[in-house]
Design a protein around this ligand. Structure first.
Ligand SMILES: NC(=O)C1=CN([C@@H]2O[C@H](COP(=O)(O)OP(=O)(O)OC[C@H]3O[C@@H](n4cnc5c(N)ncnc54)[C@H](OP(=O)(O)O)[C@@H]3O)[C@@H](O)[C@H]2O)C=CC1
Ligand SMILES: O=C(CO)COP(=O)(O)O
Length: 337
């Protein structure tokens, strides 16, 4: 694998811009591709992205472009468009080249139409690429402001994982290398669904005890599904698993948590989605996560009620009764459903 200097970031939203800044701070030459020409022009002319990172102006040099061909010569690509657009973005890349370089998946979700992890989608669309994942507790705003952050960077090839970690490491950004590509994706995908549940508890004023219980039982779900798919325990209890779950299940900075708060306050999921507000990936992953669980004989009761609330078939009150009236069991058994 060639060394990583030229880095391309695909996606001109909050996280794409924050990661482009991080790569520039790490000393990389960065090209940021955004489909919105306004974002490109704001970055080029005034070094900011007011639509997605309001109030943040940066000194770092980032080449912004809306021509995908400009990323063709990158040593590594970071894919930072929403999870459900991953296949579309990869197909657009495939028209330019075969990209036999690391492609780092930074979105958090599972493809709705296929139930596949984004690394599987990547292998199907760009088989020559080296699949990698960047995930962990990291709000774009915090990262863009240079606040201290640690994440997991996973790639099956251990040397490639280490090279990517080195390429992205900056004084305020600390990547930990891992070879567990599956584990790093399960945490990010499920924590978004579980953060919606915790937000609903807060919006419904059900109390801090309920919020903590839901976070812990949510972690049991994340661990069960991750283990069934072959994830390593260290990943699930690490930054991309427990770390990100704790962050998003407790902070109003999280869009998924805020989406849940609105549900708890009585808003309908369909209305919130139709309004096209901030991206809440968990709303798109809940149902497919439950289906993935069923395929692997793993019960995900919290994800299940979140999926049902989002589809409009279950009220928050009934969801609470459903969870509280499940058969009693030993806590030690809960690793097995
Ligand atoms: N924000 C955060 O703190 C973090 C986000 N993530 C993950 O990163 C992913 C992206 O999130 P984030 O950047 O915050 O989202 P934003 O909503 O801030 O930005 C989404 C970006 O993706 C672009 N986009 C949407 N659809 C397409 C498409 N079909 N093709 C090309 N570009 C498209 C949007 O373009 P346009 O403006 O034209 O609509 C926009 O630039 C999510 O999966 C999220 O979970 C992970 C860690 C932290
Ligand atoms: O993934 C994130 C932090 O790690 C961002 O969470 P939200 O998408 O819920 O804002």
């Amino acid at each position: 694998m060639r060394s990583i200097n030229k880095t391309a970031v695909l996606g001109g939203g909050a996280w794409g811009t924050a990661l482009a800044l991080t790569a520039a701070r790490a000393g990389r030459q960065v090209t940021l591709w955004a489909r919105d020409p306004n974002v490109v022009s704001e970055i080029r002319s005034r070094q900011h992205n007011p639509r997605y990172l309001p109030g943040i102006t940066f000194d770092e040099k980032i080449e912004a472009t809306s021509d995908l061909r400009d990323v063709g010569s990158a040593d590594a690509l970071l894919l930072v468009t929403p999870a459900q657009t991953t296949r579309e973005t990869l197909r657009a890349l495939a028209e330019i080249g075969s990209f036999a370089v690391p492609i780092v998946l930074c979105a958090k979700g599972i493809e709705q139409s296929s139930g596949k992890l984004l690394s599987q989608v990547l292998s199907e669309e760009l088989p020559d690429a080296i699949p990698a994942v960047l995930s962990g507790p990291s709000f774009a705003d915090d990262v863009a402001k240079g606040l201290p952050t640690a994440v997991t960077v996973a790639c099956e090839n251990s040397d490639a994982a280490e090279m990517l970690a080195i390429a992205m490491a900056a004084p305020s950004f600390r990547p930990y290398a891992s070879t567990d590509v599956t584990g790093a994706q399960i945490g990010g995908a499920l924590k978004n669904v579980l953060a919606i549940a915790c937000g609903a508890v807060v919006g419904r004023k059900l109390g801090a005890s309920a919020q903590a219980a839901l976070t812990a039982r949510g972690f049991a779900e994340l661990t069960r599904l991750g283990s069934a798919l072959g994830a390593q325990n260290e990943t699930l209890t690490g930054l991309s698993g427990l770390g990100d779950l704790v962050l998003t299940c407790s902070s109003t900075q999280s869009r998924n948590f805020r989406f849940g708060i609105e549900l708890g306050e009585g808003r309908k999921a369909a209305d919130l989605i139709a309004e096209g507000g901030k991206l809440a990936e968990g709303a798109h992953t809940a149902k497919v996560a439950v289906e993935l669980g069923r395929r692997h004989d793993v019960e995900l009761p919290i994800c299940e009620v979140v999926a049902a609330i989002i589809s409009g078939s279950l009220s928050i009150d009934k969801a609470l009764t459903t969870l509280m009236s499940r058969p009693l069991k030993h806590e030690a058994e809960s690793g097995r459903n």
